[in-house]
Ligand binder design. Structure first.
Ligand SMILES: Nc1ncnc2c1ncn2[C@@H]1O[C@H](COP(=O)(O)OP(=O)(O)OP(=O)(O)O)[C@@H](O)[C@H]1O
Ligand SMILES: [Mg+2]
Length: 249
């Protein structure tokens, strides 16, 4: 469905993506994990057209995407939930959701139906539909950011650190909703620093380090990988990092 070939991207003269390959099949959740500054957000921005490639190509169902404008990419229903949510703070929840539907206001499911669907997934948003987005809690803002993206009826949802700054219980809630959406057929590319929860949701994962993909495997494979455990799973269980219980590999 989505195919990235040897993509490169730079800010000014500094290249931060050094030739990445990635294919995403319809219905898949791919997660990209990696430390701060690895280039994860840049990768998502390259897919959504916010960052132009300096090499390589991106195609969606065979159509070149990297030569299109951001608006044209959105119209192909590749929709990004940005890092830091980027809501319109002074506008209400309902107004933010309405803006999400704008790129597809005359096509697809009627907007009122989409709104119902979003409110069914996130009842908290319905309770707060008249509230200014800027006054929502962090978890509610993340729900709104995802809800707003869903209003565009994505075929592929690009998520940048949906767990950021949220309590574990809210994160579990949001990830459960993402799982539901995937079971309904939505394809996702999920960038996360919380490797454990990301791999528990995704089918496959990539590990990025300094602008390169250094590991790619099924989620089970990565979860069982001692190196991944040591570097990305923090100091749980008394920091037996790399002790290598082994698991599936
Ligand atoms: N607008 C920009 N201008 C210049 N350099 C940038 C810009 N955005 C990102 N970078 C640099 O590109 C590199 C990759 O950044 P990116 O935001 O993609 O990393 P990340 O993996 O998403 O990190 P984090 O986990 O902290 O969000 C970093 O070295 C960063 O400083
Ligand atoms: Mg980032």
């Amino acid at each position: 469905m989505l195919e990235l070939r040897d993509i490169r991207a730079a800010y000014g003269k500094i290249e931060v993506l050094h030739g990445l390959d990635l294919t995403v099949a319809a219905g898949e959740i791919i997660t990209v994990i990696g430390a701060n500054g690895a280039g994860k957000s840049t990768l998502l921005k390259a897919i959504s057209g916010l960052v132009k490639l300096s090499g390589g190509s991106i195609a969606l169902d065979g159509e070149r995407l990297d030569t299109l404008s951001v608006e044209q990419v959105v119209s192909r229903r590749l929709i990004q939930v940005p890092e830091g949510r980027q809501l319109f703070g002074p506008l209400t929840v309902a107004e933010n959701l309405a803006l999400g539907s704008y790129s597809r206001r005359r096509k697809g499911t009627p907007v009122t139906e989409r709104l119902k669907k979003v409110f069914a997934l996130f009842p908290r948003l319905e309770e707060r539909k008249g509230q200014q987005a800027g006054t929502l809690s962090g978890g509610e803002q993340q729900m709104l950011a995802i809800g707003r993206a869903l209003m565009a009826e994505p075929r592929i949802l690009l998520l940048d650190e949906p767990s950021m700054g949220l309590a574990p219980i809210i994160v579990r809630d949001i990830f459960a909703t993402l799982r539901t959406l995937n079971q309904e057929g939505l394809t996702m590319v999920l960038v996360e620093q919380d490797a454990r929860i990301a791999l528990s949701l995704a089918h496959r994962g990539l590990v990025m380090e300094r602008g390169r993909i250094v590991l790619a495997d099924t989620s089970q494979g990565l979860l069982a990988n001692p190196e991944v455990q040591a570097i990305y799973f923090g100091q749980r269980a008394g920091g037996r990092a790399g002790a290598g219980s082994g698991g599936g590999r």
